[in-house]
Write a protein that binds this ligand. Structure first.
Ligand code: UDP
Length: 328
């Protein structure tokens, strides 16, 4: 297929591009390189540098390429930042998606796979979260993802545009061959920050809070290997190609790990003592987030294949091969 990948130079987008090329798809990438990395773009992909909010630019991309489906990763994605800069999130995420859907309609592109988030659910007491749970986002980031989903729903009603929205839980890890991985600046996510200690970029890891309602007091999250995650996007495309209706799926593993368990696993994987300190709670962190994936299993034929050692081990492999990320 001819796949237009918006945000294809970012962390998750680049893993999707790699897999799609390996499967023989033709890949066109659009990325403004604000958080994406040019070094992650394979030669085999066609690359357009620009912003999805730029109607003239995006129109040109659609005019110059026959697009069978869009895979939409282009978004700002920091929950904390969204609390202080909400309009940045509605501008980049929501307005950007308006332009994209407009262009898809204009150029008669009828399929989109969308990168959504567990942040659409907000806080819930009872785990694991199913797709039936109420959506009540607690951040502008989560709200922007929910609005984007709703816009796709109405684009389906009006134009017959079919979408699959994939609500990611905690994505981590890197490609098994260590060529691409996670390189954010600033880094805010637990696993890459933990690995900065054995990489000698920080002296210790600070765990934010140990008085949560969990078995060891630290927050529990559901980690998905980025290669498992992007495989679900390929399966979502197959699902749409078979003529199925628009749908929403959780991508999680039904298994939660506490922050202390992550540090312990990283100690084993890296063979480093990994000194740790306890810090204050980070505002907005729910105690526990774990998803069911039964719907994705049933309708997409998707299940996670990798465990937490694979997740942390592959991230460690990438960071060892690229101690300064994509910078030379
Ligand atoms: N966390 C931490 N120390 C750090 C970074 C994160 O203790 O330096 C905790 C964070 O408070 C949360 C968990 O790790 O409980 C996962 O956070 P992350 O930002 O990786 O993902 P989130 O679940 O917020 O999307």
């Amino acid at each position: 297929m001819n796949l237009l990948v918006l945000g294809g130079a970012g962390y998750i987008g680049s893993h999707f591009v790699k897999l799609s090329l390996e499967l023989g798809h033709n890949v066109i990438i659009v990325d403004n390189l604000l958080t994406g990395h040019k070094q992650s773009i394979p030669e085999k992909a066609t690359f357009y540098e620009g912003d999805i909010r730029d109607r003239v630019f995006l129109n040109k991309v659609f005019e110059e390429n026959k697009v069978d489906a869009c895979i939409h990763f282009a978004a700002s994605s920091l929950v904390g930042e969204s609390m202080t800069k909400p309009m940045k999130y509605f501008d980049n995420n929501v307005y950007g998606t308006i332009i994209l859907l407009e262009m898809m309609e204009k150029h008669n592109v009828k399929k989109i796979v969308f990168s959504s988030s567990a942040a659409t659910y907000g806080a819930h007491e009872v785990m694991p979260i199913t797709e039936e749970y109420e959506t009540n986002p607690t951040s502008p980031y989560g709200e922007s993802k929910l609005i984007m989903e709703k816009m796709m729903k109405w684009a389906d009603v009006a134009y017959g545009m079919k979408y699959v929205s994939l609500r990611y839980f905690n994505v981590a890890g890197a490609s098994t061959d260590s060529t691409i991985g996670e390189d954010h600046n600033p880094e805010t996510h637990l696993i890459p920050i933990v690995l900065q200690v054995p990489l000698e970029k920080r002296e210790f890891i600070t765990i934010f809070g140990n008085d949560y309602k969990t078995f060891d007091g630290t927050c529990i999250r559901d980690y998905i290997h980025v290669e498992d995650l992007v495989d679900a996007h390929i399966k979502a495309l197959e699902y749409l190609n078979q003529g199925n209706d628009s749908n929403i799926f959780n991508l999680g593993s039904e298994t939660g790990f506490s922050n202390l368990q992550i540090v312990e696993t990283a100690r084993k994987v890296t063979n480093h003592p990994l000194p740790m300190k306890l810090g204050d709670r980070r505002p907005g962190d729910p105690d526990k987030l774990v998803a069911t994936y039964q719907k994705a299993k049933k309708l997409l034929g998707w299940s996670p294949t990798k465990n937490i050692e694979d997740v942390i081990g592959s991230a460690w492999g990438f960071h060892q091969a690229h101690p300064n990320g994509y910078k030379e």
